[in-house]
Design a protein around this ligand. Structure first.
Ligand code: NAD
Length: 475
């Protein structure tokens, strides 16, 4: 083991042993609530840490500290170039701790260490640097206008963008660091203060970086982290009158609830919710490329990403070829603890997630689907699940309608383009869609007709810091 590896492991273990508090006003504070929340390693079910279980009183303290910092202008009134410089320094500090953060991600979320390094920490750094640069690119407009009296008089209207105030960021468990920073960085670049709440399942990386924000020069009160249950701590954030905006990423049912909770105090709400992504393979597609794209778009993070493929539609002429090649690759995927070399598929996040996948699978099989590979809990036991492909999946099967959030790929045959588009759009969701074709006219036609916020064409990877990330309909 190199000296560096020893230092990282030592640092991770010291961090896990801490009695984690809440990061408020630039310092650690104990929660007013006595209870603690346990954090588990999904690969072996062992408890790895505990965090505070913040209550309404704790949330009020964090929000007041953020509001005080905002009203006193300690951040919002700084020159944009200074905010940019501090945020870039924040990114540099996160990069210095990249390996430690990747290890924490694999420990608390289960994703393979390679995915944690590349997607969680690597992408986070790209996002941080891109959004830091936005601090100096906030513009208004000047417009020439006429008014009714006196006739012919011309005025200029001048618009400027101002920070909205205190933002609450509420984060899911699947990409906690990256999605957390999707909320923190734009808020800070704009001059807002933020109170961020990670998922109770995966709170560790956002807690780890709290001090780095202060070290980079973000003033006390501007960046706060509270940990706790959604129904207590998250709810209190959405109801607090001093929160001006809520930025939420999570499931559609919780998104609906959160809009209601935010209604009494008329907050602005940004929601990134669940998906039900279709992946269409047309008969003119490059089948080998489609198989590669399908693997990354379906099985990344064991099928637990919001833009993961939920349903495959394959044109009849290429179905046998696609199914054969895809099944061979899926059957060879390596399942195991994300820290082991070569592992591509880690465990599902918990027992409930595993049971939900089994339930969806049983429903599809009872309606006539055929197992092409997998379809069983993995021999490793616990939360591990065997990568699965099902053929002949019938309309009305629940896994074509609900988010699977697991390593199961249902294949459906279609005959013509109109039918594929109709089936792809037949859902309440509209986050991401993918299709493979070599026909240029079809590329334009189909991409416009898919009712999705993001469409991947001849690729299985679509998220990038320069492109907007979001959905339509109930996503
Ligand atoms: P979730 O909706 O259960 O929880 C998300 C967050 O909301 C957690 O921090 C939770 O504590 C909090 N919460 C729960 N109840 C709350 C309440 N009443 N008030 C305020 N906050 C509350 O989602 P999850 O299981 O953590 O994450 C998986 C879901 O997130 C999937 O549906 C996935 O598609 C979605 N997701 C969407 C995107 C996107 O960008 N569209 C990205 C990642 C994940």
């Amino acid at each position: 083991m190199s000296d560096n590896t020893v230092a990282v492991l030592d640092s991770v273990s010291r961090f896990l042993d801490r009695q984690h508090g809440l990061y408020i006003d630039g310092q650690w504070r104990a929660s007013a609530a006595e209870g603690r929340l346990a954090v588990y390693n999904p690969a072996n079910g062992q408890q790895i840490a505990t965090t505070a279980d913040a209550n309404e009183h704790d949330v009020a303290q964090a929000v007041q500290s953020a509001h005080k910092a905002f009203s006193e202008g300690v951040w919002a009134q700084r020159l944009p170039v200074e905010r940019e410089r501090i945020l870039l320094r924040f990114a540099d500090l996160v990069e210095q701790h990249a390996e430690e953060l990747a290890q924490l991600e694999t420990l608390e979320q289960g994703k393979s260490i390679n995915i944690a390094r590349a997607f969680e920490v690597g992408s986070t750094l790209n996002w941080m640097r891109y959004t830091a640069g936005l601090a100096t690119k906030i513009t208004g407009q000047t417009l020439d206008v006429s008014i009714p009296m006196p006739p012919g008089a011309k005025y200029q209207v001048y618009t400027r963008k101002e920070p909205i105030g205190v933002v609450a960021g509420i984060v899911p468990w699947n990409f906690p660091l990256m999605i957390g920073m999707w909320k923190v960085m734009p808020a800070l670049a704009a001059g807002c203060s933020i109170v961020i709440k990670p998922s109770e399942t995966t709170p560790l990386t956002l807690l780890r970086i709290a001090e780095l924000a202060s070290e980079a020069g973000v003033p006390p009160g501007v960046f706060n982290v509270v940990t706790g249950r959604g129904t207590v701590c998250g709810k209190a954030l959405t109801e607090h009158p001093l929160i001006a905006k809520v930025s939420f990423t999570g499931s559609t049912p919780v998104g609906r609830l959160l809009m209601r909770q935010s209604a009494d105090t008329i907050k602005k709400v940004s929601l990134e919710l669940g998906g039900n992504a279709p992946f269409i393979v047309f008969d003119d597609a490059d089948i080998d490329a489609a198989v590669e794209g399908a693997l990354i778009a379906k099985y990344r993070n064991a099928g637990q990403t919001c833009v993961c493929v939920n349903r495959f539609y394959v044109q009849r002429g290429v179905y046998p070829q696609f199914a054969e090649k895809f099944v061979a690759r899926v059957a060879a995927l390596q399942v195991g603890n994300g820290f082991e070399a070569g592992v591509q598929i880690g465990p599902l996040i918990n027992r409930k997630a595993r049971d939900k996948v089994l339930e969806l699978l049983d429903d599809a099989l009872s309606k006539g689907a055929q197992v092409l590979t997998g379809a069983t809990p993995h021999a490793l036991g616990g939360n591990f699940f065997t990568p699965t492909v099902l053929g002949n999946v019938q309309p009305g099967s629940l896994l074509l309608e609900e988010e699977i959030f697991g390593p199961v790929a249902p294949l459906v045959i279609f005959d013509d383009e109109a039918e594929a588009i109709r089936q792809a759009n037949d859902t309440i969701y509209g986050l991401a869609a993918y299709f493979y074709t070599r026909d240029a006219a079809r590329i334009w036609r189909v991409s416009e007709r898919l009712e999705y916020g993001m469409v991947g064409i001849n690729t299985g990877l679509i998220s990038n810091e320069v492109a907007p990330f979001g959905g339509v309909k109930q996503s």
